[in-house]
Design a protein around this ligand. Structure first.
Ligand code: F6R
Length: 607
């Protein structure tokens, strides 16, 4: 999704603007631009394509000025092009805007603004915003921005500058993330903390409908009537290194290697002699007894972690759970009441559909629990209860450490609910505790053998279609393995439950089709092997992922990837690392940009 930055300070604004945008590249983008104000004149430079197109231009054509805004655009309305790139300027006057989000009533506003004599150059929804602000501008930029936003429907984080009201940036957010960085003699705005972390650790996390007046002396957070909001300064605790590659060739590889630590950090403080507990958690046995249904709702990889959550809660707490995709859940008529427990899973804590589900369910009075990785994210602030995955910043578009820590948390929630309901035996609790605690070292073992997956990747890189099969939690893992592969290698891939194969998908199997079979569920292993025999008989080339030491008829497989033996319930965490490495090496073999796969954005803040 789009990235926004803004600067008011004493140094050349483009230095921060380009650096800040580079830290937001992970969000995904197809063009980039800046606007800089200098002596009342605003200059806009923008280019389709990579940020380097913009920075190369600015190296040659230096823009002086200490006030500016910048943007990386992930196209929604209008193709990626120089014209559609942000910043957008009003056709009259000097108002210049960067925007993340979607203005839903832009057609109506565009028509009305044209009647008022404004002209439009781009196909974007955003271009109505500077024109609307100009329409209301009477010498006070803040007031004009407030008036304009009263007419906007949809989602927006905006950064606005004006040559006639210099030395400030006015910003506002509604349903799109925005933070303010508070430096010494310089103040920043950005879509996310990594953009400002090398400059300051003191930030304001803006809430919806909060406006901010950014100057060299700091930032005033204001209500729409101009009254001041006493905003708490949030101190960022992680270091700038966390947002750097640290010697790896990509953030994805770095993040794959960070999983042992991420899991250790996620477990810290949550397991003790008294079992599982979560800080600040207010869900009691009475609450659970009174719950009419439990929904887990999320998108993409987080949804796959949610599928694991269903198995864990049903197994340990004997409470039925439904799992749904947020964009589907919000538009059907789910049976949510004030007795429902909604669990949302979101790495970023900003995903538009997941956030919308949380808000809809809260309106009905449902109890809400969020699992998220980002402290201060909108979802973490709005849910009644929050459990943080302690994965640290995840920059690569393809989620790795966030997923495995989410699966760990799902198991912990299952255990916790099982404790409350009295349905978790001491023996199971102990067994699971041990298995979770051992995960970091088991993952190290997978990482130590990563070259083996590099070899398998050489085979996959030549394919156009790959199938993943699994049963039980291995099916949920198959979905994740398949998503990872298609995201970064652009190989078409499907995941099926082993038992479903005969009900249609087996028609796709032909000579040489690659099938990856997950065999970590001991009780289901023989059934999976039968499924593999069936595809092999139809010409498939099969790759198995199985425990070390498990006796398996090797003749059924062209290749077996062995993973360390762990408790079945946590096996997806260990096996996921192999599948992540497989996707990574396949993308590398194909020479693709692993951290920034085409068409994808990290934080999907529009629906
Ligand atoms: C895939 C991936 C996405 C996200 C999805 C939800 O690797 O990262 O599928 O899982 O966009 O994002 P969050 O977890 O931030 O809500």
């Amino acid at each position: 999704m789009c990235g926004i930055v803004g600067y008011v300070g004493k140094k050349r604004a483009t230095n921060f603007l380009i650096d800040g945008l580079s830290k937001l590249e992970y969000r995904g983008y197809d063009s980039a631009g800046v606007a800089v104000e200098n002596d009342g004149k605003v200059t806009v430079v923008k280019h389709k394509g990579r940020l380097s197109n913009l920075s190369d231009d600015l190296d040659k054509n230096v823009l002086e000025g200490t006030v500016g805004i910048g943007h990386t655009r992930w196209a929604t309305h209008g193709e990626p092009s120089d014209i559609n790139s942000h910043p957008h300027k009003s056709s009259k006057g000097n108002i210049t805007v960067v925007h993340n989000g979607i203005i839903e009533n832009y057609l109506e506003l565009r028509k009305w603004l044209k009647e008022q004599g404004y002209e439009f150059k781009s196909q974007t929804d955003t271009e109505v915003v500077p024109n609307l602000i100009h329409y209301y501008y009477e010498g006070d930029l803040f007031k004009a921005v407030v008036k304009a936003t009263e007419r906007l429907e949809g989602s927006y984080a905006l950064g606005v500058i004006c040559g006639d009201d210099p030395d400030k940036v006015v910003a506002v957010r509604k349903d799109s993330p925005l933070i303010v960085g508070l430096g010494e003699g310089e103040t920043f705005i950005a879509s996310d903390i990594p953009a400002v972390i090398s400059y300051t650790r003191n930030v304001y996390l803006l809430d919806d409908n909060e406006f901010v007046l950014v100057t060299r002396d700091g930032a005033e957070v204001l209500n729409s009537d101009g009254s001041k909001i006493d905003k708490e300064v949030y101190k960022v605790t992680w270091s700038a290194d966390a947002a750097e590659k640290g010697g790896y060739d990509s953030f994805m590889m770095k993040e794959i290697h960070e999983q042992p630590k991420a899991i250790r950090d996620t477990l810290t403080g949550k397991i003790s002699n008294n079992g599982v507990s979560f800080e600040g958690f207010n869900l009691t046995k009475e609450d659970l007894d009174g719950v009419d249904r439990v929904y887990i709702v999320a998108c993409g990889t987080a949804y796959h972690a949610g599928l694991m959550g269903k198995v864990a809660i049903e197994k340990f707490a004997k409470i039925p759970v439904e799992v749904d995709i947020a964009s589907e859940f919000r538009y059907r008529e789910p049976l949510v009441t004030n007795k429902t427990l909604l669990i949302t899973v979101s790495q970023s804590g900003e995903t538009a559909d997941t956030l919308a589900v949380l808000r809809d369910c809260k309106k009905i009075g449902a109890k809400t629990l969020a699992i998220t990785n980002v402290v201060g994210s909108t979802i973490s602030r709005e849910a009644d209860n929050v459990i943080y995955t302690m994965a640290g910043p995840e920059i690569a578009v393809a989620s790795t450490k966030a997923y495995t820590t989410q699966v760990v948390v799902m198991n912990l929630i299952g255990m916790y609910f099982g404790q409350l309901m009295g349905s978790l035996t001491n023996e199971s609790a102990k067994e699971l505790e041990e298995a979770l605690t051992l995960l970091p070292e088991k993952i190290e073992e997978v990482l130590a053998k990563k070259e083996e997956l590099e070899e398998v990747a050489k085979i996959l890189a030549k394919e156009q279609d790959v199938f993943f099969l699994g049963r039980g939690v291995d099916y949920a893992l198959a979905l994740e393995g398949s998503l990872k592969l298609k995201e970064i290698t652009y190989i078409h891939s499907e995941a099926y439950a082993g038992g479903e194969l005969k009900h249609g998908p087996i028609a796709l199997i032909e000579e040489g089709t690659k099938v990856i079979a997950l065999l970590t569920q001991t009780k289901l292993r023989e059934k999976m092997v039968s499924n593999i025999v069936e595809v092999k008989a139809r010409g498939a080339e099969t790759i198995g992922v199985a425990y070390e030491g498990d006796e398996i008829d090797e003749s059924v497989f062209n290749k077996i990837v062995r993973i360390p033996k762990v408790l079945n319930m946590v096996a997806p965490v260990v096996a996921a690392v192999s599948l992540q490495l497989l996707a990574y090496y396949t993308a590398k073999e194909k020479n693709f940009d692993i951290d920034k796969p085409r068409n994808l954005a990290k934080s999907v803040t529009v629906e």
